[in-house]
Design a protein around this ligand. Structure first.
Ligand code: GDP
Length: 322
C-alpha cells in the first residue's frame, strides 16, 4: 500500500462503554470529527419509571457534546434535581438518579421509541441536534441485557451497579439477547470498508462494556476481518482501575488484575495494544506491538494526546504490513 493510500484511510471505528471509553472517544472526535464512528455498549440499558434509559449512549453523547459533568462522570453538567426531590416526596423510587435535563433525554427517547423509531435513529438525531460530528451508534438496535450471577443471586445490571453499588461478589456475566442481536448495517459496512483506518477498543470495563459489544452476533468476526489494525487501550493502570468495579470484578472472576490480562481477553482481535507507562514491559507475552503512553485522561489535552498516540500506533501497524 502506498503512502497516498494510507492517507485515504480515514474512518476510525471505536468501541466504548461509558466513563472511560467516552474520554478517549472525545479525544478521537476532536482529531477526527465526522471520520469517527463510536459503537456504544447498550447492555446496561433498562426501563425505569416507564422510561427507556441508555446510560452509556448518554454518557458518550453528553461527553462529545461538551454537556457532561466531569466531576460526577455521568449525567449532565449544571444539572438540577427538582424531579428527584418531588419524586422522593411522593414516595417514588429514587435509587437511580435522574437529573431534570437528563430526564428530557429519556422522556423524548421513550416517546420516539414508542412511535416506532429505532434506538440508532433516535441517537443519530439527538447527536445532530447537539452538534456532534462523530457518528454515534448503539451496538445493536435489538435489546441486549447484561446480567450478573453474584453471591446475592442473579442480578440485572443496574441493580448490581447502582442499587447495590457493585458490592456483591460477581461469579459470572451474561449478555442476554446478544446471540440474536444484529449489529447496525452501517457498523458492518464501516468495518468491511477497505479504507477503514483503525478499530480502537477504548479503555472501558472489559466485562461490562466491551465484551457485550463483542457478543453481538457477527460483530467480533467483523472486527477480526476488518481491513485495518485493531488496537486497544488498557483501562487498568498499575494493577488498578481508574474508576468503577473493573479491578474488583477481575479478581472475583479469577482474572489477574493487570493490563496484560485485559489484552488477553481480546487477543484474537488485537494487532496492537496501548498501556500506561506505569505498566511498561507488560503484555510482551502477547507477541503484538505494545505502546506505553500516559493513559490517565485527567484533562482535555490528555484525551487528545492519547487519541493522537493511539492513531499513530495504529497507522504504524498499517505501514508495517503495507
Ligand atoms: P462505564 O460503562 O461508565 O463503567 O464506563 P467504561 O466501561 O467505559 O469505563 C470504565 C473503565 O474506564 C474503568 O475500568 C476505568 O479504569 C477506566 N478509565 C476511566 N478513566 C480512565 C482514564 O483516564 N484512563 C484509562 N486508561 N482508563 C480509564
Amino acid at each position: 500500500m502506498s503512502a497516498a493510500d494510507n492517507l485515504c484511510k480515514r474512518r476510525v471505528v471505536a468501541l466504548c462503554g461509558g466513563i472511560g471509553g467516552a474520554k478517549l472517544a472525545l479525544g478521537l472526535s476532536r482529531l477526527l470529527g465526522g471520520d469517527l464512528m463510536v459503537v456504544v455498549n447498550t447492555g446496561d440499558d433498562f426501563d425505569h419509571l416507564g422510561l427507556a434509559i441508555s446510560p452509556d449512549l448518554d454518557t458518550v453523547m453528553y461527553t462529545l457534546a461538551g454537556l457532561d459533568d466531569p466531576q460526577r462522570g455521568w449525567g449532565r453538567r449544571d444539572e438540577t434535581w427538582t424531579f428527584m426531590a418531588a419524586l422522593a416526596a411522593l414516595g417514588g423510587e429514587t435509587w437511580f438518579a435522574l437529573g431534570d435535563g437528563d430526564l428530557a433525554t429519556h422522556v423524548e427517547r421513550t416517546r420516539r421509541r414508542a412511535a416506532g423509531e429505532t434506538l440508532s435513529a433516535v441517537t443519530a438525531d439527538f447527536c445532530r441536534r447537539l452538534g456532534i460530528a462523530a457518528r454515534v451508534l448503539p451496538m445493536s438496535d435489538d435489546g441486549v441485557r447484561t446480567r450478573l450471577r453474584t453471591d446475592a443471586g442473579w442480578l440485572d445490571f443496574q441493580d448490581y451497579f447502582v442499587r447495590r453499588r457493585c458490592a456483591p461478589r460477581v461469579l459470572e456475566v451474561t449478555y442476554d439477547g446478544a446471540a440474536s442481536a444484529r449489529p447496525h448495517a452501517d457498523v458492518l459496512a464501516a468495518l468491511a470498508d477497505p479504507r477503514l483506518r483503525a478499530v480502537v477498543i477504548c479503555p472501558s470495563n472489559p466485562f461490562l462494556s466491551i465484551e457485550p459489544i463483542l457478543a453481538v452476533a457477527g460483530l467480533r468476526e467483523a472486527i477480526a476481518h476488518a481491513a485495518a489494525p485493531v488496537t486497544a487501550v488498557s483501562p487498568i493502570i498499575g494493577a488498578r482501575a481508574v474508576k468503577g468495579p473493573t479491578a474488583k470484578m477481575m479478581s472475583e472472576l479469577g482474572v489477574e488484575v493487570s493490563a496484560t490480562a485485559v489484552a488477553r481477553r481480546y487477543r484474537d482481535l488485537l494487532d496492537g495494544y496501548v498501556l500506561d507507562r506505569a505498566d511498561a514491559g507488560e503484555a510482551a507475552e502477547l507477541g503484538i506491538p505494545v505502546t506505553a503512553a500516559h493513559t490517565l485522561m485527567a484533562s482535555l489535552t490528555d484525551r487528545e494526546e492519547l487519541a493522537r498516540q493511539v492513531l499513530a500506533s495504529a497507522d504504524a501497524l498499517t505501514k508495517a504490513t503495507a
